[in-house]
Design a protein around this ligand. Sequence first.
Ligand code: SF4
Length: 398
Amino acid sequence: MPQLADKIRRGERLTRADAVALYREAPTALLGRLADEVRARLHPDRIVTYIIDRNVNYTNVCVARCSFCAFYRPVGAADGYVLGFEEIAAKIAETIELGGGQLLLQGGHNPDLPLEWYADLFREIKARFPGFRLHALSPPEVIHLSRLSRLGVPEVIERMVAAGLDSIPGGGAEILVDRVRRLLNCYSKASADEWIDVMRHAHRAGLRTTATMMYGSVETPEERVEHLLRLRDLQDETGGFTAFITWSYQPEHTELGGAEATGVEYLRTLALARLVLDNFDNLQASWVTQGGKVGQLSLAYGANDMGSVMIEENVVRAAGASYCMDEVEIVRNIENAGFVARRRNMHYETLGDPVFRERDVPRLLALATARAEGDDSRAPELERYAARSAAEKARRGQ
Ligand code: SF4
């Protein structure tokens, strides 16, 4: 262990064997100290950033059926929904009111939403809210659209960028090892190579993206390391990743079931990521899965960003976690840990001091949901596009 600690302190790159040894054997306090040293080297100004945005899930209807997912509903389910353009616009207006400037927009693989639906939505958002940013469509959604439209991934990305896409979130990575993906029933939505390839095309198209890892389901420590190395390799090649975010698998209400990883396992995984991903500038804390207290501790284990104020969240909540932190609470946690809090944009450029210190903003005591309970209204735009699923055709009497 002392040789590995020296290697990290000299700024040398860790090998696969180094990373596995650290993860399996290093005491948690040592892992944290080393990750904190790397964080301090990269961010000596003690600034910890966060973004004000909103996680909007435009539909929960999904054909992928990942076994770890508690959010999706099958095609034709009574509680499946698609948000209308007006509903999404109202969410954006509320986000702007709270000082936010972007949506994290992701959803299920809904066969009745063609590429044109996305293009029309993005264009309408950009026309109504110029300057507002869209961090949207994780790689599996891009692949789904590519299959649905029979266009190549680069062309789907090009069309989405032309309509208003600004960057791609790193969702759907889970663990980038096909053995794991098969066990999680998410190999068909995107293999490890396919996920990497979407990000490669996005970076080549000039988009910046994030990278993620969902650990704690069926993978081994070696497979977690493999995941990190795949990300590090692509970052060497393109330099297109802005940040890395890891969170633990949330088991409640999922087909896969099981138990959630502990807080110590989260901190060890985060610290290991900070040590392996030597070409990533930013690591986010995942307070939305770990809660505010472990989220705050993340700042001593390699994270330099507190993620998002979020405003709305549906996916993690469906699996049993419902933490809420508004801007006041995020800033309180950052400052209490001895850091300086700064707002940022999707490119990790700092924008300034907390909004609540500049003007009155309403406190957020619970995260919003996609829709109010019992609201099963139908998005009016759906009629503009041809139905593809048997359920939707039957609903339209076709
Ligand atoms: S994780 Fe995404 S792709 Fe998989 S079932 Fe859930 S919504 Fe669908």
